[in-house]
Design a binder for this molecule. Structure first.
Ligand code: EPZ
Length: 417
């Protein structure tokens, strides 16, 4: 796949898009199948590179993975291999989510330290401390997390310093087979975490409190396969909402759940967007230049860090000044430097980006540093004067299926070169 997007700015995005399954759920659903022997079918699977990487990882562990359309069937053996190789894990952060299931199911795991998005250090201390609280030993050796629980896991009370999505998922997928009860306090509330928890319950786990800050897991002896439909990708759905706002367009988004976008919709409405619910989704219209809006990113239900580049792109061409505060990933402002090359007037001070809205950006070559930054740059290119080239667009393919094609269907002048 060529990895550059060429965008000629101008024109509003008009029409309808369909959103598929959530990247940040499906990868964990696939990892969680390691917890039981047998065959699972996961549907509404997005066609993204990360799903291929997770499929390869599971295959290396002895699973059989087959794709039919937007469903994935996974057959898990009696004893999966417990080692996740570096060449795959380095490409994708979510590989770390095989850690909990492997320790719970086979009593040990060797998972290479993950790579993935360059949005700041991606520590694993909360994952490791959580597994240790359940009675595992876990340490980092030669670039691998090596975790062992030869005598099984025991339920415990775990208080997360930060409501980490990944740590909540790893602890939850380990605790389901522990002896006794586990309580996770300050747990992540993201819909993706709820989706994984509901899948585990369908497999016979006993989890309550999903979507709240306190998740209780009663350990069970054994789990069984289950089928599951991945929840809609709220970040992609939210991205289309900002695309409509930035281009003063009118987009109907199908296959999405507007309830997962409450705060982003509040921000878009104060920017002047008209948002109405539609059958199986919602519609976003913007009939004049956006007003600038301040925002601080926070764990769910706060404004998601994954939509931060999109609201910055909107504020960069909005009427007025705004402050965007990034509280989740400190490295996420790298995107701002690239946006500056398109003429955005943004000043970064620590966790804060002060933005002065300009009336017109001008096209230039820029580089995508992660999935969401890449998408943000494409959206900015849609309203920049002339040609914008977004390089390293492979980042976008990792998390956003068919982005260029969908943009063209909405009237944008975008092509891969
Ligand atoms: C998940 O990452 C998502 N990735 C991210 O989406 C998303 O931005 C993030 O959650 C927050 O919603 C996947 O689900 C694959 P965290 P994750 O653990 O689990 C700190 C995208 O573009 N932390 O909630 O890694 C960490 O440094 C990606 O789709 C620790 O300090 O996020 C960060 O500051 C980008 N110690 C904060 O918590 C730990 O052990 C949030 O991280 C773990 C995390």
């Amino acid at each position: 796949m060529s990895d550059k997007f060429r965008i000629i700015g101008g024109g509003r995005l008009l029409g309808e898009v369909h959103v598929g399954g959530a990247k940040n759920s499906v990868l964990k659903l696939m990892a969680a199948t390691l917890l039981a022997e047998g065959t699972f079918t996961i549907s509404n699977v997005p066609d993204i590179a990360d799903v291929e990487i997770m499929s390869d990882l599971l295959t290396r562990m002895g699973c059989t993975v087959t794709h039919t359309g937007s469903a994935v069937s996974i057959t898990v053996p009696a004893a999966p291999l417990h080692r996740a190789d570096y060449d795959l894990v380095r490409k994708m952060r979510a590989s770390i989510n095989v850690l909990g299931p492997l320790v719970a199911r086979v009593g040990e795991a060797e998972v290479a330290l993950p790579g993935g998005d360059a949005i700041g250090p991606r520590p694993l201390d909360l994952h490791i401390r959580g597994l240790e609280a359940l009675g595992a030993t876990a340490k980092i050796e030669h670039g691998f997390v090596v975790a062992k629980a030869p005598n099984g896991l025991t339920g415990a009370r775990i208080d997360l310093d930060f409501p980490s999505v990944g740590a909540t998922e790893n602890v939850m997928t380990a605790a389901v087979l522990a002896k006794g009860t586990t309580v996770i306090d300050n747990a992540a509330r993201e819909p993706d975490v709820v989706d994984v928890g509901e899948f585990l319950n369908a497999m016979g786990a006993k989890i309550s409190g999903l979507g709240t800050s306190t998740i209780t897991i009663e350990g069970v002896e054994k789990l069984h396969p289950a089928d599951h439909a991945t929840l809609p990708d709220r970040i992609i759905a939210g991205t289309w909402a900002f695309a409509a706002a930035i281009t003063q367009g009118d987009i109907t988004v199908r296959g999405a759940n507007p309830d997962h976008l409450e705060i982003p919709f509040e921000k878009l409405t104060s920017a002047g967007a008209i948002i109405t619910t539609a059958e199986d989704g919602f519609r976003v219209r913007m009939e004049s230049r956006a007003h600038a809006v301040d925002v601080a990113t926070l764990p769910y239900p706060g404004f998601p860090t994954d939509l931060q580049p999109m609201i910055i792109a909107m504020n960069a061409t909005a009427d007025g000044n705004s402050i965007v505060t990034e509280n989740v990933f400190e490295g996420r402002f790298m995107f701002v430097n690239e946006l500056g090359r398109l003429g955005a007037d943004i000043h970064v001070e620590g966790h804060h980006a002060s933005i002065k809205g300009v009336t017109q950006l001008s096209g230039a070559p820029v580089v995508a540093t992660d999935i969401r930054a890449g998408v943000g740059l494409v959206l900015a290119g849609l309203v920049a004067d002339g040609e914008t080239i977004v390089e390293d667009a492979f980042h976008i393919d990792r998390g956003f299926p068919g982005f260029a094609e969908a943009l063209c269907a909405l009237g944008a002048n975008v092509e891969r070169i």
